[in-house]
Design a protein around this ligand. Structure first.
Ligand code: GAR
Length: 203
């Protein structure tokens, strides 16, 4: 059974969806730690509710990103996790962490990558006028939201959508997509071939 550590910054609804999928036996793994850069993240409460340890490196208490990432890297190693899952983790992963955990770290992004990387992806999509939006689960590499894609889910954009409406529609799909991708990883069904991820058949 794979050990999973989750990185989250805010309300943690993706983290909760992952916890729910683990509890329902939909993922062959166990969550061993929550890592957060924000001491006020609601994900800490969610971890506490199910007895998972939280490791808090409050970004604002650090003099610079390098010292923050050095501590985070040490903590990540100590978890002994086989998989690191960025679930609403709102900082760019530095190159050393990305290299150390290459092929073992996932991210979810609220857009159909490679469109609209970076912050406020849903607003970027809405402002651009796309008719289809969605989410992407991908491996983390050294770029910004640029690693090999595992799963994407699409949703329609309607003329009278505001940011809240499109956020909610995408988020519902994020919760499904992330658990599916993590389950595939935990069943050793993901093979990275250059930019592409091949999904092996179920045995
Ligand atoms: C989610 O929509 C996630 O895709 C997004 O932040 C939200 C976190 O929600 N992540 C990013 O934009 C990362 N670039 P949550 O805290 O409820 O899971």
């Amino acid at each position: 059974m794979k050990k999973i550590a989750v990185l989250a910054s805010g309300r943690g609804s993706n983290f909760q969806a992952i916890l729910d999928s683990l509890a329902a036996g939909k993922i062959n793994g166990e969550c061993v730690a929550l890592l957060t850069d924000n001491k006020n993240s609601y994900s800490i409460e969610r971890a506490k509710n199910v007895g998972i340890p939280s490791i808090v490196h409050n970004f604002k208490d650090y003099p610079d990103k390098a010292s923050f990432e050095a501590d985070l890297l040490e903590s990540m190693k100590k978890t002994g996790a086989d998989l690191f899952v960025c679930a609403g983790y709102m900082r760019i992963i530095g190159p050393e962490i990305a290299r150390t955990f290459a092929g073992k770290m996932l991210n979810i992004h609220p857009a159909l990558l490679p469109a609209f990387p970076g912050l406020h992806a849903q607003k970027q999509a809405l402002d651009y006028g796309v008719k289809i939006a969605g989410c992407t689960v991908h491996f983390v590499d050294e770029g910004l939201d640029s690693g090999p894609i595992i799963i994407q889910k699409a949703v329609p954009v309607f003329d009278d959508d505001d940011e809240d409406a499109i956020d909610a529609r995408i988020l519902e799909q994020e919760h499904i997509a992330y658990s599916e991708a993590i389950a595939l990883f935990c069943d050793d069904r993901l093979v990275i071939e250059g930019r592409k991820v091949r999904v092996l058949p179920k045995v």
